[in-house]
Design a protein around this ligand. Structure first.
Ligand SMILES: Nc1ncnc2c1ncn2[C@@H]1O[C@H](COP(=O)(O)OP(=O)(O)OP(=O)(O)O)[C@@H](O)[C@H]1O
Length: 308
């Protein structure tokens, strides 16, 4: 099957510095792929090139087999893009703006109004059709931004940090909208928030210093970063040597007189065993949590796997 997106040896240089180097990946069908990276990692540069807003220094982008440099108009028919700063004309109404966007996408007149209606319904903005965009809340402005990205029914939708700057309720709503639009097309979604990518995406590409450092399914990523330590809160903790006798525990670190970190090998079933032992021995169990690996540690680990 032909990939909807194929990137080969993509590199980009601004003035003197390379922002991205030799990026290769493919996206095949519907569902959400997360592009995760810290600030300045190269997410926006990659997305702007995929969508034809920026010309790459080197490499190729093929959208459904069409080279974006050889036939940008045909390639752009298959792409919907919501850049980091949504390109909204705030003095237009929602209808006026979506009609303008549909024209930019060269939509035939006879299907345009139906397509606009469908995009508005999909994004839950039908009731704001005649409202000026400047009078919408941040969450609804973002929905209008997503509506313009899907109005022409592209096979690939690219969303650059679409939840940035939204309040927690708006974030939940926009995430659920993204899940919905990915039911019948491929979506690439960028974020610097690991938990957001874990929540939404089936596949993950992790970018750091302009290079892809991890590319696989979300399940594979979660296995890769599986924690190997847990935090225990005990009212009557025993001596370190006693904790070391728990099967699977290979290191003990007291953080305070009542908080201790246990390092373990093997799988996370050890949590149940540790809980049972704490209760049986009367150590006053007050808390038990897997240690989350911080995102910057994961980046470090993936960027320099040999240092792990
Ligand atoms: N127009 C530009 N001119 C020069 N350097 C730039 C330009 N745009 C981006 N850069 C640099 O390129 C690198 C990648 O930036 P990019 O915006 O792609 O990263 P990002 O992962 O999207 O980060 P953020 O989440 O902060 O937007 C950074 O070092 C950035 O400073």
């Amino acid at each position: 099957m032909r990939p909807i997106l194929k990137i080969e040896g993509l590199s980009h240089r601004y003035a003197t510095a390379w922002a991205i180097r030799d990026i290769d990946f493919e996206i095949h069908d519907r569902g959400i792929t997360g592009l995760l990276g810290s600030n300045g990692a190269g997410k926006s540069t990659t997305m702007n090139i995929i969508c034809g807003s920026l010309n790459q220094t080197k490499g190729n982008v093929l959208i459904n087999g069409i080279d974006t440099r050889k036939d940008p108009i045909a390639a752009k028919r298959e792409i919907g893009f919501l850049p980091q700063n949504p390109p909204l004309y705030v003095d237009l109404t929602v209808d006026e703006y979506l009609s303008y966007c549909a024209d930019l996408r060269l939509m035939p007149k006879d299907i345009k109004s139906k397509a606009i209606k469908e995009a508005k319904e999909r994004c839950g903005i039908d009731h704001f059709s005649h409202r000026l965009i400047k009078n919408l809340s941040g969450g609804y402005k973002q929905r209008v931004g997503i509506a313009q990205a899907i109005v022409h029914k592209p096979k690939l939708v690219v969303l650059d940090e679409p939840t940035n700057g939204l309040d927690p309720n708006q974030i939940i709503e926009v995430r659920s909208l993204i899940k919905d639009i990915a039911l019948d097309r491929a979506v690439i979604f960028s974020s610097h928030i690991l938990s957001e990518v874990q929540l939404l995406c089936r596949d993950i590409k992790m970018i750091e210093n302009g290079q892809i450092v991890f590319s696989d399914t979300m399940d594979a990523f979660n296995n890769y970063i599986e924690p190997h330590s847990l935090l225990l809160q005990l009212e009557n903790p025993p001596a370190e040597s006693v904790l070391l006798e728990i099967p699977g525990v290979n290191k003990v670190e007291f953080l305070t007189s009542r908080q201790v970190r246990l390092y373990f090998s093997g799988d996370q079933l050890i949590i149940e065993q540790v809980a049972a032992i704490c209760i049986e021995k009367g150590w006053g169990l007050r808390g038990l949590n897997l240690d989350k690996t911080a995102l910057d540690e994961i980046f470090k680990l993936l960027s320099n796997p040999k240092s792990a």
